[in-house]
Structures are given as C-alpha cells and as structure tokens.
Design a protein around this ligand. Structure first.
Ligand code: ZN
Ligand code: FE
Length: 259
C-alpha cells in the first residue's frame, strides 16, 4: 500500500510524498522547493527517493527539482511538451509509468498550462489522483495557457474517474473555492456543509485534502456546469445565454477570476 503525506511549501503549496512502506522507497509530486523534501529525508533515514513526478512547468511545482536530483538519484518524470528541468522521462497522454512498483496512468489535462498532466493510480485499494493545478478541491486552476473548452474537457475527463478516487491537488485553496461555490449555488446543502467543515479545519490549521471525486461532483461548481441552477447563475453573472456546459464553465471561470 502507498501512503501519501503532505509536505507544505511556500504559502499554500503541497508537495505530496508517496511512501512504499515495504521497500522504504518514496516519491514526490511537484517539489517547488527542495527543502521540505530534503528535510523529510534527513529526518527519516533509510528512506530512498526514487521518483519525482511533475504535473506542469510552473516554478512553484518544479523549483526544487534540480537540487533534489543532485542530492538523490531520483528519476524526474514530467510532461513531454513542457520545459521541465532535469526531466528523465517525457510523458504523454495515456502513458503508463511504474512508480514505487505501481502503475500510474498519465492523463493529459490542458487548460491551466497546455502540457499539464495528471497522475492516476488504481489498484485493489483506493484510486489516487494527483491533479496538480487542474482540479482543485471545490475549484480549478486558472487558464494561463489553454482555452475554457480545453479545461472543461480536462475536468470532465478527471470527473469521470471512480467516485472513491482521492484527489491530491497542489494547493490549499479549498476555503476560498468553497466561498465561490456558495456564491454560485447558495441553496446547495453539500456546499454549505463542506464550507462549514473546511472553515473549522482551517481555523485549526488542518489540511483540507485529499478530497474525493464523489464530493467534488457535489460541491465543485466547475464540475457542475451541466446543472440548471449553475447555468442560470452563470447566465445572470455573464449577461448572456450560456447554451453549452462548456460556455457555462467559461463564464464561471471568468467570474472566479475577479471574485
Ligand atoms: Zn500552476
Ligand atoms: Fe501552482
């Protein structure tokens, strides 16, 4: 079994540490800073960092790669179409890679950046998704490079994974995302309940992750563009008739940018 543990970095990033307890091998996802990882390795002698998984090229996700690569002999796996420092393995859509002896499937999810990928692992136990800055808990990444249509398609693809999939995204944005979600759907009780729970957690400085896809489908407005109430709110805010879920998504994303 793989154990997943957050290493906080910067203000609101999480570097996910994956541990294979039987072999004492570990991997990290999106080390924007090497220090949290090197600190963990120093405090946990006997553990061997074998892999560095990268979802996209932004500095807060790749900033620690070169230093980690120098300090360990870890392999760097990242999207083929982006400029990833020290990359050893270039990944494209539907590739399967073996990490810690497990298969991870690569999903191309353009939108936040054009080459953004997500890593999905599904075996007998709970499925895991490392979604980077694409799918956040109750939200989604900004559109820096892709179109709303691309991002909507990418999110729809991730949303089609099993309900029980645990979602490990790269930022602690859940509380502000839920405030937006509540503005979109003031009558959604699942959102109200989650907002109160996450408010409590954050007031105790606890992490709000991982999420899971069942919860995301109920509370993430960006996965709910097909819902009538969401469409009506998007129409009201944008002053136009958003005739497709993708258009609804585009209006929601534009609204969130200035929320
Ligand atoms: Zn990013
Ligand atoms: Fe980021």
């Amino acid at each position: 079994m793989i154990q997943v543990h957050p290493l906080p970095a910067f203000n609101d990033n999480y570097i996910w540490l994956l541990q294979d307890l039987s072999s004492q091998r570990c991997a990290v996802v999106d080390p924007g800073d090497a220090q949290p990882v090197l600190g963990w390795l120093a405090q946990n002698p006997g553990w061997h960092l074998t892999d560095i998984l990268i979802t996209h090229h932004h500095k807060d996700h790749v900033g620690g790669v070169v230093q980690l690569k120098q300090a360990t002999d870890a392999r760097v796996l990242g999207p083929a179409t982006e400029n990833i420092p020290a990359r050893d393995v270039a990944l494209t859509d539907n590739d399967t890679v073996s990490v810690l002896g497990r298969d991870f499937t690569v999903h191309a999810v353009p939108g936040h950046t054009l080459g953004h990928i997500a890593f999905y692992h599904h075996d007998a136990t709970t499925p895991l998704l490392f979604s980077g800055d694409t799918l956040f808990a109750a939200g989604c990444g900004r559109l820096f490079e892709g179109t709303p249509e691309q991002m909507h398609e990418s999110l729809s693809r991730l949303a089609a994974l099993p309900d029980s999939t645990l979602v490990y995204c790269a930022h602690e944005y859940t509380l502000s995302n839920l405030r937006f979600a509540q503005a979109v759907e003031p009558d959604n009780r699942d959102i109200a309940e989650r907002l109160s729970q996450v408010s409590q957690w954050r007031s105790e400085n606890r992490i709000s992750l991982p999420s899971n896809l069942a919860l995301e489908r109920r509370t993430n407005p960006f996965l709910r563009a097909h819902e009538t109430s969401v469409k009506e709110k998007a129409d009201e805010r944008s002053g136009r008739d958003n005739s497709t879920p993708s258009a609804v998504f585009a209006s929601l994303r534009a609204w969130k940018d200035t929320f």
